[in-house]
Write a protein that binds this ligand. Structure first.
Ligand SMILES: Cc1cc2nc3c(=O)[nH]c(=O)nc-3n(C[C@H](O)[C@H](O)[C@H](O)COP(=O)(O)O)c2cc1C
Length: 172
């Protein structure tokens, strides 16, 4: 089994992350993938209900079936797709938020592992349900493409200034 080492600090991982849409076919070492999943598994959730299930998809045919959305074609090329599913019965109010937090934890850990990721909201719910067999009571919230990057988008990009997105004591 190949191993890899975590070296990046949290803020560096957050700052350096960019959406990656071109991937190498290189498989992800199981230990690195395990840490990515672990980062999601231990995420906070409302009432600690952990209303989630993550389907780790490596099978090429299944990835192809997941890639039908307008902005999702590259799911065919990345080695792993993580389908974040929410338990809509256990936590009807918060499942989407909780799954999102868990997936973003995975994104940050993946960046620290030297992996690229991209959030995927562009999907047809029924097709995703069918492709990975999501049962009643669960809904796909979002997917993540994960793999070693074949492109390195610049870290600098258009982001809102801190003054635009924060205010002191009252919304202003
Ligand atoms: C909830 C969510 C859904 C997204 N869906 C897609 C998608 O379906 N396809 C895609 O290529 N990028 C998708 N993105 C990536 C955004 O386009 C990207 O995060 C944004 O342009 C900022 O670029 P950056 O991630 O490189 O900072 C999504 C991002 C989020 C947070």
């Amino acid at each position: 089994m190949t191993t890899s080492v975590v070296t990046m600090e949290v803020l560096d991982a957050i700052k350096n992350r960019r959406s990656v849409r071109k991937y190498l076919p290189t498989p992800i070492p199981e230990d690195a993938l395990g840490r990515v999943i672990e980062a999601g598994r231990i995420a906070p959730s409302a009432n600690n209900r952990q209303p989630w299930h993550f389907v780790i998809v490596k099978d090429p045919e299944t990835r192809k079936a997941l890639s039908g959305g307008k902005w999702a074609s590259f799911l065919q090329d990345c080695p792993v797709v993580i389908v974040g599913c929410g338990d809509t019965k256990t936590s009807p109010e918060w499942y989407a938020v909780d799954v999102t937090i868990a997936l973003q934890n995975m994104v940050t850990q993946a960046t620290a592992e030297g992996l690229g990721t991209c959030w995927i909201g562009s999907f047809f719910e029924d097709k995703v349900k069918e492709a990975v067999g999501i049962p009643g009571g669960y809904a796909p919230v979002a997917m993540l493409a994960v793999g070693y990057p074949k492109e390195t988008p610049k870290v600098e990009r258009k982001t809102k200034k801190v003054e635009e997105v924060t205010s002191q004591d009252r919304f202003a």
